[in-house]
Design a protein around this ligand. Sequence first.
Ligand code: SAM
Length: 283
Amino acid sequence: MSVWFDEVLHDGVGQRLEIEEVLYEGQSEFQDIKILRNKKFGRIMTLDGVVQTTEGDEFVYHEMFAHVPLLAHGRAKRVLIIGGGDGGLLEEVLKHDVEHVTEVELDGGVVEVSKQYLSSICQQAYDDPRVNLVIGDGAKFVAETDQTFDLVLVDSTDPIGPGAVLFTHEFYSHCKRCLNPGGILVTQNGVPFMQGDELVSSVGHFRSLFADAGAYVISCPTYALGFMTLGWASDDADLRRQSMETISARFDALAIDTQYYNPATHIASFALPNFIVKLIDPS
Ligand code: SAM
């Protein structure tokens, strides 16, 4: 008899994944953690019943979360990741010529389970000497630190439970204070067809704090129901509008193999469908 994992999404909509095996099931201090296996997606991590990442399509989210801001910036040396305990974003960031990455993940359990069961996603990223892993609340970290970074990447859960604080004006204002001049903030902002309010709220905060605010889109199968948006904020408006020539030259110099990211998907990801434009820029 087949066993199915049912994820309740929003507004009476959900998705089902057939589970071949439950590899891990446990309760951390903060959340219920599961590693499941599905024929199409391979290993899947869920937190409190919500799919976080899968072996099958993690490349979409992690490549676009890392390479778009890193190649748009062009000379980022210090990166701060908030959340991201599965290590997939960290692993992509470390492919660049960065000197230092601090990752602040609330739940040490997520990191440990990922190292054990999702090594295909995080590889050996946590052993890299450039990495400083901090187990703690990302909001508290940015409020208290005197360190500064070229990029702040907020790879958070949705704005419920411990992740809610990572969607507030106060949190974003501390992120801005932690950014070096010309720095970029990128945030996980959900699927706007279903979670439009989340994007409207974040971009509204960005607009009141930064000279340039917007979002770019990715199409990631397990984040069901259309494009997902990654929020974008910077005081340098040119970074969102780099030319194909600039991005191509930087990508060629990086010489990495990617499955989703390329200079064309980079440039195209900033072209937003009208229903998303109307959400974030009603004027
Ligand atoms: N890609 C995923 C998604 O959008 O579904 C996000 C994955 S990542 C595993 C999200 C991480 O954010 C989780 O490991 C969670 O523990 C962490 N997190 C939630 N709230 C946090 C907070 N306040 N500070 C730091 N990390 C937090």
